[in-house]
Design a binder for this molecule. Structure first.
Ligand SMILES: *[C@@H]1O[C@H](CO)[C@@H](O)[C@H](O)[C@H]1NC(C)=O
Ligand SMILES: *[C@@H]1O[C@H](CO)[C@@H](O)[C@H](O)[C@H]1NC(C)=O
Ligand SMILES: *[C@@H]1O[C@H](CO)[C@@H](O)[C@H](O)[C@H]1NC(C)=O
Ligand SMILES: *[C@@H]1O[C@H](CO)[C@@H](O)[C@H](O)[C@H]1NC(C)=O
Ligand SMILES: *[C@@H]1O[C@H](CO)[C@@H](O)[C@H](O)[C@H]1NC(C)=O
Length: 431
C-alpha cells in the first residue's frame, strides 16, 4: 500500500469517527458549509449582537456616544460596555446563560437542514415557490414564541427552539428566492409580519431559462468517487438565467429540488411542462431538467451554488433581516420578556447553572464567542463577514492541530475538503 493511500485511509477513519452524530462544526454544515461561505451560525450571531446592542441602548445601559462605530463587538464586549465595573469573570458568568440559549437557537437552526421531515419541506426553506407556506410557517412559529414568552411560568426551551427554526426559514429566503436577482438591496419588510410577502410567479409561468447556465464536468478524486458515488461531477454555473419577464414584473420565484414533500407528505416535484428554476448543486437531480442549472446562493462554491457570486449579497440581507426580526420581536414582547427569552440578565437559578457549566468546562455546539459585529446599519457588514469567517477558520485550525506551527495550509484544506465530501455522501445516502 502506498503511503498516500495509507494517509488517505487514516483521514477517512478519522473523519468517520469525528462526524458520527451531529455535524461537529458550522463550517462543514450544509447550506453554507464550505470555504469562506457564511453559515446560518454567523448570520444569526451577528444579527443577535446588533439586536443586543440596540436593547442595551434602548434600556440606557449603553449610551450612543460610547459606541465606537469602527469597532466590531463581541457579546462580551457589549456586556463590558454596559457594565464597566464587572470583572471579566463576572461577564463570563453572567453572559453564559445567554450564550447557551443562543447555542440552542443555532443548533435548532442548523437542524432544519438535517431533520428528516424539515430538510425536504419547501416551506422550511422557501423552496419550490412555497412563499405563502413559508411565511405561514414563520408566522405560526412567531405566534408560539410570543405566546410562550408571555406566559410567565413557562419554561422557554420550546420557544427558543421555535426561534431557531424560524430564523432558518427567514434567512433562506435571501439565498433561495430571486429577491437578490430582482435587484433588491433592502430586506423584504413583509417577511415575518404578513403572510403575503409579495407577488409570486404563476404556476404556469416560466421562471428560468437554460441559457445563462454553463455545464461543468470535472473529474472527481478517488475520494469523491467512493463517497459521492457520482463521477464525473456535473453541475452548472449560472448567470442571468431568470426569465426577463419575471424580473421586469418583479415576481418572486425560487428553486425546485429533488425529493421534496409538502405539509401533508405529498411529493412536490419540479414541473415538466413549464420551465421553472431549480435549487441547483451537484446533488440536485432536478438541475438537469429544463430549465437546467439553478439559483441558490447558499455558498461561494459553484459545485453547490449556481449563483455563488451573489452569496455575500444574500448573506448580508439575511443578517439585516434577522436583526430586524429580533428588534420587532422585542417591540411586541416588551423589554422584560425579551430579556427573559434570552436571559440577558439571568435569574439566580440560571447563574447557578452557569457556574456549574463553567466549572465543568462544558463546550458549545455551534456558538462561537469570537464572532463579532459592527453596529452601524451600513454595508460595512460585508467586511465583517469575511473577517469573521477568516477568524473562524483560524480557530478551527487551532482546534484541529493545537499549537503545532508546521502544519501546512494544504494539509488543512485537504482535511476540510474530505470532511465536506463525507457530508455530501451522507446527504446522498439519506435521499
Ligand atoms: C475604535 O475601534 C477601532 C477598531 O477596533 C480602533 O482601532 C480604535 O482605536 C477605536 N477608537 C477608540 C476611540 O477607541
Ligand atoms: C398560549 O399559551 C397558553 C398557556 O401556555 C396555552 O394554553 C394556549 O393554548 C396557547 N395558545 C396558542 C395559540 O398557542
Ligand atoms: C396561465 O393560466 C392563466 C389562467 O389560470 C391564463 O390566463 C394564462 O394565460 C396562463 N399563462 C400561460 C403563460 O400559459
Ligand atoms: C402549500 O400548502 C398547501 C396546503 O396548505 C399544499 O397543498 C401545497 O402543496 C403546499 N405547497 C408547497 C410547495 O409545499
Ligand atoms: C412520507 O412519505 C414517505 C414515502 O413517500 C415515507 O417514507 C415517510 O415515512 C413519510 N413520512 C411521514 C412523516 O409520514
Amino acid at each position: 500500500m502506498s503511503n498516500n493511500i495509507k494517509t488517505y485511509l487514516a483521514y477517512f477513519c478519522l473523519l468517520v469517527i469525528s462526524i458520527t452524530g451531529f455535524i461537529p462544526h458550522p463550517s462543514v454544515r450544509l447550506g453554507g458549509q464550505a470555504g469562506e461561505s457564511i453559515t446560518h451560525t454567523e448570520i444569526t450571531q451577528q444579527a443577535f449582537i446588533r439586536s443586543l446592542a440596540r436593547y442595551f441602548l434602548d434600556t440606557h445601559a449603553i449610551r450612543t456616544q460610547e459606541i465606537n462605530h469602527s469597532h466590531e463587538y463581541t457579546i462580551d464586549e457589549l456586556y463590558h460596555l454596559a457594565y464597566p465595573h464587572w470583572t471579566t469573570k463576572q461577564v463570563r458568568q453572567r453572559s453564559y446563560p445567554l450564550k447557551s440559549i443562543l447555542d440552542t437557537i443555532l443548533v435548532e437552526n442548523g437542524l432544519v437542514d438535517f431533520d428528516a421531515w424539515t430538510k425536504k419541506l419547501p416551506a422550511a426553506h422557501f423552496d419550490s415557490e412555497a412563499f405563502s407556506n413559508g411565511s405561514r410557517r414563520i408566522l405560526e412559529l412567531r405566534r408560539q414564541i410570543i405566546n410562550d414568552t408571555r406566559t410567565k411560568a413557562k419554561i422557554l426551551t420550546e420557544a427558543r427552539k421555535c426561534l431557531g427554526q424560524l430564523l432558518h426559514t427567514l434567512q433562506d429566503f435571501y439565498s433561495h428566492s430571486n429577491w437578490i436577482e430582482l435587484g433588491k438591496t433592502d430586506i423584504n419588510d413583509r417577511l415575518g409580519i404578513h403572510e403575503n410577502i409579495g407577488p409570486v410567479a404563476a404556476s404556469n409561468q416560466s421562471t428560468c431559462t437554460s441559457s445563462g447556465c454553463t455545464k461543468i464536468r470535472v473529474r472527481c478524486s478517488l475520494y469523491q468517487k467512493i463517497t459521492l458515488n457520482k463521477c464525473p461531477l456535473e453541475y452548472y454555473e449560472c448567470k442571468n438565467n431568470i426569465q426577463p419577464e419575471i424580473i421586469a414584473q418583479g415576481l418572486l420565484t425560487s428553486g425546485y429540488s429533488s425529493n421534496q414533500h409538502n405539509e401533508n407528505n405529498d411529493s412536490i416535484t419540479k414541473p415538466i411542462n413549464v420551465e421553472k428554476c431549480s435549487h441547483g448543486s451537484v446533488m440536485d437531480i432536478t438541475s438537469h431538467q429544463p430549465a437546467v442549472g439553478g439559483i441558490n446562493k447558499d455558498t461561494t462554491i459553484p459545485l453547490y451554488s449556481p449563483h455563488f457570486d451573489l452569496h455575500y449579497e444574500a448573506a448580508n440581507l439575511a443578517v439585516i433581516a434577522t436583526e430586524q426580526f429580533l428588534n420587532d420581536l422585542r417591540r411586541d414582547l416588551g423589554n422584560d420578556d425579551f430579556d427573559r427569552l434570552f436571559a440577558i440578565h439571568p435569574t439566580v437559578e440560571e447563574l447557578h447553572a452557569a457556574s456549574k457549566a463553567i466549572a465543568h468546562m462544558r463546550k458549545w455546539q455551534f456558538f462561537s464567542s469570537s464572532i463579532s459585529s459592527g453596529l452601524s446599519l451600513t454595508a460595512r457588514l460585508m467586511k465583517n463577514f469575511r473577517q469573521s469567517v477568516k477568524e473562524r477558520l483560524k480557530k478551527i485550525k487551532w482546534n484541529l492541530f493545537g499549537n503545532s506551527k508546521d502544519i501546512l495550509k494544504e494539509d488543512f484544506v485537504f482535511r476540510r475538503r474530505r470532511k465536506r465530501d463525507l457530508i455530501l455522501r451522507r446527504r446522498q445516502q439519506l435521499h
